[in-house]
Design a protein around this ligand. Structure first.
Ligand SMILES: [Mn+2]
Length: 358
C-alpha cells in the first residue's frame, strides 16, 4: 500500500505540498494538469514541471487523476479516433516520467455530482452531501449551484467552458443507451490498453458518482456487474479500477466490502479512494461524506482495508475527500486537515493488519 494525497499544483492549490509531506506515511502525490483542454495531448514540459515540484517536496508522482475523456469518445462520434490517438500519446509521455496509474472516468457530462458543498454537521464541521431532491431542478440550475459554491477554485472535471451549455451536452446523450456507452468504452479500451501494456501504465476507471442515473443520463460504472463487465471487456491487468469506496458506497444495494474483495483478488485495483459516507436514513440514498472513522459513517472502513489487505492489494491509495474542519477554507473536499486525519487513520488500520498477519 502506498499512501498518496491529491494535489492541484502550486498555482492552484491552497494546500502546500510541504504540508502534505508532513503527514505520517505519505509517499506520493496524485496529480494532474488542469489547464490542458480535454482531448488535447499533454505538453511534456508541463508534465515535467509537475514532477519536479512533487519530487522537490520529497514525494513521488506515479498516479495521475485524471486524464479526462473527450465527450466525443463517450458519444462514439467519428471524431473520437483523433482524440483516442491524442490520449495514447499522453499515455506514452506520462510513462516517460514514471507514471504507473492513470485514473479516469466515463461519466457523461458531469464528472461527479454533489448537491451541497458545505453541509453542516453537528460537530461544527462542513462536508459535501448529495440529496436527490437537489437534482429535481434543471441540470443547468444544478450545475450553476455547484459551480457557485467552489470558493473561487476550479473544480476537477467541472470545466466552466465545457459546461457552458449543459442542455445541449445532455441532448447529445438523448439516444445513447447504456449498451451504447458500454460499447464506446470498450472501443476506447481496445485501442489504448495495448499501449498501456507496452509502456507499463495501468488504467483505473473511477466509478460513477453517484452510482445511479441522474438527469436520465446513461451510467455504466455503478456496481459489481458493471465492474466485472469492464474488466472482461479487455481482459488485461492494465485495464483496472479506481476503487472509490465513497462512490460505490453511495448505493446501499452495493455490497461494498465484497466488491472490494473480489476485484482486489482479481488484481484489478491499482488505485483506491477510501472514504466513508453516511446515509441520512437507512435504506435511502441521500448521504453526506462523513469522517473516515467507521463509527461516523455507514461503511466499515476496517473491513474495507482488510478486504484490500487479505487479497494482496499493493497499489496506491488516497483518503479521497475530507470535511472542512478547524476553520480551514478551500476547495470543497480537498482541505488538508481532514484528509490528513483520514490518511493517518487508513495508515493505522494498515499497520494493524500487517502486524496481525505476520
Ligand atoms: Mn473517488
Amino acid at each position: 500500500m502506498k499512501m498518496t494525497m491529491r494535489w492541484y499544483g502550486k498555482q492552484d492549490d491552497p494546500v502546500k505540498i510541504d504540508y502534505i509531506r508532513q503527514v505520517p506515511g505519505m509517499t506520493g502525490i496524485v496529480g494532474s494538469l488542469f489547464d490542458v483542454p480535454v482531448g488535447e495531448v499533454w505538453p511534456e514540459d508541463k508534465i515535467l514541471a509537475l514532477k519536479t515540484d512533487v519530487e522537490q517536496a520529497g514525494l513521488t508522482l506515479e498516479v495521475i487523476e485524471s486524464v479526462n475523456i473527450h465527450e466525443d469518445i463517450k458519444l462514439g462520434l467519428p471524431s473520437r479516433d483523433r482524440y483516442i490517438e491524442n490520449y495514447k500519446e499522453t499515455i506514452r509521455r506520462l510513462a516517460k516520467i514514471g507514471i504507473k496509474v492513470i485514473c479516469y472516468n466515463f461519466m457523461p457530462v458531469f464528472d461527479w455530482m454533489k448537491t451541497e458543498m458545505a453541509y453542516p454537521l453537528a460537530d461544527g464541521s462542513t462536508t459535501m452531501a448529495f440529496f436527490l431532491e437537489g437534482v429535481q431542478k434543471t441540470p443547468q440550475e444544478v450545475a450553476d449551484d455547484v459551480m457557485s459554491q467552489n470558493e473561487g477554485l476550479a473544480l476537477p472535471g467541472w470545466e466552466p467552458e465545457r459546461l457552458v451549455d449543459i442542455t445541449k451536452l445532455i441532448a447529445q446523450y438523448q439516444d445513447v443507451t447504456e449498451a451504447d456507452l458500454r460499447n464506446n468504452l470498450t472501443y476506447f479500451l481496445q485501442q489504448i490498453i495495448p499501449v498501456c501494456e507496452a509502456v507499463d501504465i495501468k488504467m483505473a476507471i473511477h466509478p460513477d458518482d453517484p452510482p445511479y442515473s441522474i438527469f436520465g443520463l446513461p451510467r455504466i460504472v455503478k456496481n459489481r456487474d458493471d465492474l466485472a463487465y469492464i474488466c472482461e471487456a479487455v481482459d488485461s491487468p492494465y485495464n483496472g479500477i479506481t476503487m472509490c469506496t465513497g462512490s460505490i458506497g453511495e448505493d446501499p444495494d452495493n455490497d461494498l466490502v465484497a466488491i472490494v474483495a473480489e476485484f482486489a483478488k482479481r488484481d484489478r485495483i491499482p488505485f483506491a479512494h477510501v472514504r466513508n459516507v453516511k446515509f441520512i436514513e437507512a435504506g435511502g440514498r441521500d448521504c453526506y461524506e462523513s469522517a473516515h472513522y467507521s463509527p461516523y459513517g455507514s461503511h466499515d472502513l476496517f473491513e474495507v482495508m482488510a478486504a484490500l489487505y487479505d487479497n494482496g492489494f499493493d497499489g496506491y491509495i488516497r483518503p479521497d475527500h475530507g470535511r472542512m474542519i478547524w476553520g480551514e477554507t478551500g476547495r470543497p473536499g480537498y482541505g488538508l486537515y481532514d484528509r490528513a486525519l483520514g490518511a493517518m487513520y487508513l495508515t493505522g488500520l494498515w499497520e494493524a493488519l500487517e502486524k496481525r498477519h505476520v
